[in-house]
Design a protein around this ligand. Structure first.
Ligand code: 5GP
Length: 194
């Protein structure tokens, strides 16, 4: 998705060989027009999948997720990372280890919002080691719903999450695939092939 790649090139900050900072449009400040284009693109790619719900994780998955939900005309559910005072009964939980933050989070959703047989599109901002996506898959399975696909805004292809998640057999669509962050530069996958 060129508009996204151009934004990453212009505003992305390479923090290390493994971490990209995109606080100016996705992880802190949010660019609503770009989120709209991202939502439209996810909706286009998954329009034949009979999606009935979108599931993401707070907080950075919410902006792209809600736009995809708007264009697919379905609700968005976001898994919570912190214990909620109001989320007390019928809660499904899964543990997610973040290599980036080196911490484990328990993510949770209410059973009420993902029903048996829902066809769920999972959305997240980054795919790195795949643990967040696996946690979301686990929640959908516990709800006896169906994972209909996984939409990722930025995939870091040099980390192993893409393989781990694709090996589960689910369709993964990434809007920007980063092959390398070496030498302080963002190298996209397609650029290498040309
Ligand atoms: P995974 O579970 O695939 O290892 O990591 C996914 C989560 O870690 C994403 O939801 C994102 O919040 C965070 N993350 C992983 N790598 C990066 C990165 O390079 N930049 C930013 N901003 N977040 C990342």
């Amino acid at each position: 998705m060129n508009v996204l790649k151009n934004k990453i090139k212009a505003e992305g900050v390479v923090l290390s060989e493994t971490v990209l900072k995109v606080d100016s449009f996705l992880n802190h400040q949010v660019d609503p027009e770009l989120m709209m284009e991202i939502g439209k693109e996810f909706a286009h790619r998954f329009k034949e999948e009979g999606i009935t719900k979108i599931l993401t994780i707070e907080s950075s998955g919410i902006a792209p997720g809600v736009m995809a939900a708007l264009y697919l005309n379905v609700p968005l559910v976001f898994a919570r990372k912190k214990k909620s005072l109001t989320l007390t009964e019928g809660v499904l939980t899964s543990k997610v280890y973040s290599f980036t933050k080196q911490e484990e989070n328990t993510i949770s959703i209410s059973r009420e919002y993902i029903q048996k047989n829902d066809r769920v599109l999972l959305i997240d901002d980054f795919l790195a080691n795949g643990q967040a996506a696996l946690g979301l898959i686990d929640l959908v399975k516990q709800a006896e719903a169906v994972v209909a696909g996984i939409g990722i805004v930025i995939e870091k292809s040099f980390q192993n999450g893409g393989k781990i998640v694709r090996d589960t057999g689910y369709r993964v669509e990434s809007l920007a695939e980063i092959e390398s962050l070496e030498n302080g530069e963002v190298q996209f996958k397609e650029e290498e092939a040309t």
